[in-house]
Design a protein around this ligand. Structure first.
Ligand SMILES: [Zn+2]
Length: 136
């Protein structure tokens, strides 16, 4: 793991529970106690106006909402991954997360494709979420 040269998440107070979950192989979102809607990690106020959001583990299942295939590395550390997919995944619980789609050719990725979360340990105690086809 000392070979990992990509940037790693730098949790803030707002996102720390989310990244701690990723390190444990759990996908956590913020759920509004008032209306039950789930939100992305850094959201503090629900669309219903509620501000009582609790961290809750979700299924990790969702669908590709949008994606792009990266052919030019933004940093030399990403060169070996080319081409790779950056996607917005809409989780079954409703929230959307930006992530990578792995486990299949970029050509196989399509909008609406069912995916499930997987987790990769990138440094001591640091995990990141990715998604792969749900049927793999
Ligand atoms: Zn709400």
């Amino acid at each position: 793991m000392s070979e990992f040269r990509k940037p790693v998440p730098a949790p803030t107070d707002a996102s720390r529970p989310f990244w701690a979950g990723c390190a444990e192989g759990k996908l956590l979102l913020r759920r509004c106690r008032q209306c039950d809607k789930h939100h992305a990690p850094t959201r503090h106020v629900c669309s219903c106006g509620g501000s009582d959001l609790e961290w809750t583990e979700v299924s990790g299942l969702g669908r590709v909402f949008s994606y792009t295939v990266v052919h030019r590395a933004p940093d030399p550390a990403f060169k070996a991954d080319l081409p790779y997919v950056i996607a917005i995944v809409e989780l079954d619980e409703g929230a959307r997360l930006m992530s990578n789609i792995t486990g299949c050719s970029p050509d196989a990725v399509a909008i609406g494709m069912p995916v499930r979360a997987i987790f990769e340990t990138v440094a001591e105690g640091v995990g990141v979420h990715k998604f792969q086809p749900a049927n793999s």
